[in-house]
Design a protein around this ligand. Structure first.
Ligand code: GDP
Length: 695
């Protein structure tokens, strides 16, 4: 079994590659069953009519590697189950990329053979590094004008990892690209038949022998470097058998010390089956993965192995609304067995759920199953209280698996239902969509009564509004996008809050003294209880914390949420009769506000990583314009015949840039943008933000 995903920059060919994968695996599966060519054609016809579904969060398919003799009686033994986990292409959905990386064991990273590494591939690559995901690369679109395998590989070396090694070499270029040389076994391949379904092996053409030998040498050396015994044999000049090389390469790929690189064109049906072979040969099975860790009911760390006999531990990684069955909760089982009809514990929410139907999604049908075993994936129909990222476990062996940390939204818009009838439906729709997507938030503006939606970019919110219309029939008017500013503090300060009321009836008494100090960027909010000797009784401490936490949501500069602050509660006092939770909550908030004002509060603005590609003629205008947008230009380079600029630009300066860039470059420039970090807004800008907020 393999749990893998295809990761790519938008337009690199992820959809086309996925389609081909499902198509070829469909054929392969059929061959395994019927052992005859005619059935394959039938299946392909049907398939073309019905179309392949590739949008499920996880699709199961089966692959018999091409090097297995398909006519042998035990061909079934060599059939691998591949769960293809969907990863989205656009950067606004980075969160989904992260979420899918959490559940997959290995990834195929697809690159455009013309563009090579693009900015978003870098981001996704770094996420994959964060999760130590083993990877193989496919340099796709080698049939295109301007495609170049070697340059693309070079851009991988320069921008992503020096450990990428070519396992193949292309035969021909651009329109003449006809297949690949397998450097491991030193054979050439071409792909025949209407859909390239016939994989034909032949001898390396004479004119390519020399380059193939050279490239093989590089490959062998790199592999040998990962294994001491192999290295010494290699240095002694011994011929290393292919099986030994493959074994070492598999270990190195799983350990993430080598990234094998393949060549192909999904659209023209060349090379995809060999990438599937590589998935089987080099990417890990669930059993190769280290055990998952989580926190048990006593908050101690426990491990689970990919073993059916261990207690159930599963992770819900995606909630999808399905036109046929309602809500579908996609999950991965890390250990144990998830059974239909059983009761399980949602350990994250500490509530019980009953497992109704379990489905497994295939390319062209869905299968109802009774059980899902360790390492495998499926979808539960109609779970009520389970959200994305929740852990589903054995009721007696609670385990909260590592949480997925999502980035904070950077942009917000006001949204208003068109009619009264839309009003109610809008609330329901937005909450449903927020349940599905942890980077999408809905909030109300207490002062104006308006609804605000926040997300990772303009496109992200456009899609939400569009889905609201299509899936929930809610029409809404949306405002102009607003930057999600934040606030923080720059120095340590102290604050004191006293809330005392003693006029008639029962009084109120709460009193708290705090220290407030800056935290590293991205750390959020931290509360430390340093009360000694009971100056505030234990029972009121959570109330103080709650008051402070609520106060951070409205900062002292312009009312934006305050982040990256640590608050230490160190003293206070109480009253035997008058003290109450609410009084301490208010005292906490007061102390925070006083302290924050003294702690040099500032406004933070989101800074975006921007890459612009433009024909050389316009480079002066484009950089000039970027400079006027407070951009920090980090790199200027070449992309084929075009020029490339990498810069960091505040998000507030980037609204409407699509149109601006188009007019500056006669429609020939393009750009790409993603969130990078929050940074302090300079004084004059902060001033404008405060004034804008007042208006
Ligand atoms: P995605 O955005 O990564 O899912 O990319 P798609 O699979 O939708 O492909 C983007 C565009 O590139 C589409 O027009 C495809 O037809 C085209 N495309 C995909 N693979 C290839 C390829 O190997 N060669 C060429 N020439 N075009 C391709």
């Amino acid at each position: 079994m393999r749990d893998i995903g295809i990761v790519a920059h938008i337009d690199a060919g992820k959809t086309t590659t996925s389609e081909r994968v499902l198509f070829y695996t469909g054929i392969s599966h059929k061959i395994g069953e019927v052992h005859e060519g005619a059935a394959v054609m039938d299946w392909m016809e049907q398939e073309r009519e019905r179309g392949i579904t590739i949008t499920a969060a996880a699709t199961t398919c089966f692959w018999t590697p091409t090097y297995i003799d398909r006519s042998s009686p035990d061909v079934k033994k060599h059939e691998y189950r591949i769960n293809l986990i969907d990863t989205p292409g656009h950067i606004d959905f980075t969160v989904e990329v992260k979420r899918s990386l959490r559940v997959l064991d290995g990834a195929v990273v697809v690159f455009d053979g013309v563009a090579g590494v693009e900015p978003q591939s870098e981001t996704n690559w770094h996420y994959a590094d964060e999760y130590h995901t083993p990877r193989i690369c496919l340099i796709n679109k080698l049939d295109r004008m301007g495609a170049n395998f070697e340059n693309s590989l070079k851009s991988i070396h320069e921008r992503l990892t020096p450990n990428a090694i070519a396992l193949q070499w292309p035969i021909g270029e651009e329109g003449g690209f006809s297949g690949v040389i397998d450097l491991m076994i030193m054979k050439a391949y071409k792909f025949e038949g209407e859909h390239g379904e016939k994989v034909v092996q032949y001898d390396i053409p004479e004119e390519l022998r020399k380059i193939a030998e050279e490239k093989r040498h590089v490959m062998v050396e790199k592999i040998a470097e990962t294994d001491d015994a192999l290295l010494s044999d290699y240095l002694e000049g011994k011929e290393i058998p292919v099986e030994r090389l493959k074994k070492a390469l598999r270990a190195a790929t799983i350990a993430n010390t080598i990234v094998p690189v393949f060549a192909g064109t999904a659209l023209r049906n060349k090379g995809i089956q060999l990438v599937l072979d590589a998935v089987v040969e080099y990417l890990p099975s669930p059993a190769d993965m280290p055990p998952v860790k989580g926190l048990n009911a006593k908050h101690e760390e426990e491990e689970r192995h990919a073993n059916d006999d261990e207690p159930l531990a599963a992770l819900a990684f995606k909630i999808a609304s399905d036109p046929f069955v309602g809500s579908l909760t996609f999950f991965r089982v890390y250990s144990g067995v998830l059974k239909k009809g059983s009761y399980i514990l949602n350990a994250t929410k500490d509530s019980q759920e009953r497992i109704g139907r379990i489905l497994r999604m295939h390319a062209n049908h869905r299968e109802e199953v009774d059980e899902i075993y360790a390492g495998d994936l499926g979808a539960i129909v109609g779970l009520k209280n389970t959200g994305t990222g929740d852990s589903l476990t054995d009721p007696d062996r609670s385990l909260i698996l590592e949480k997925i940390v999502f980035p904070e939204p950077v942009i917000g818009i006001r949204i208003e239902p068109k009619t009264k009838a839309d009003q109610e439906k809008m609330g329901i729709a937005l909450h449903r969509l927020a349940d599905e997507d942890p980077t999408f938030r809905v909030s109300g503006d207490a002062e104006t009564g308006e609804t605000i939606i926040e997300g990772m970019g303009e496109l992200h919110l456009d899609i939400i509004v569009d889905r609201m219309k299509r899936e929930f029939s809610v029409e809404a008017n949306v405002g102009r996008p607003q930057v999600a500013y934040k606030e923080t503090i720059l120095k340590l300060a102290e604050g004191e809050g006293k809330y005392i009321k003693q006029s008639g009836g029962r009084g109120q008494y709460g009193h708290a003294k705090i220290k407030i100090e800056p935290l590293e960027r991205g750390k959020g909010f931290e509360f430390v209880n340093a009360i000694k000797g009971g100056s505030i009784p234990q029972e009121y401490i959570p109330a103080v914390e709650k008051g402070i936490e609520e106060a951070t949501r409205k900062g002292v500069v312009a009312g934006y949420p305050m982040v990256d602050v640590k608050v230490t509660l160190y003293d206070g006092s109480f009253h035997e009769v008058d003290s109450s939770e609410i009084a301490f909550q208010i005292a906490g908030a007061m102390a925070f506000q006083e302290g924050a004002k003294l702690a040099k509060p500032v406004i933070l603005e989101p800074i975006m990583k921007v890459q612009v590609i433009t024909p050389g003629d316009f480079i002066g205008d484009v950089t000039g314009d970027l400079s006027s947008k407070r951009a920090k230009i980090n790199e200027m380079g070449e992309r084929g015949i075009a020029r490339l600029i990498n810069a960091e630009v505040p998000l507030s300066e980037m609204f409407g840039y699509v149109t601006k860039l188009r007019s500056m470059t006669q429609g020939r420039g393009s750009f790409n943008m993603e969130f990078s970090h929050y940074a302090e807004a300079p004084g004059n800008i902060a001033q404008q933000i405060v004034e804008g907020k007042k208006k």
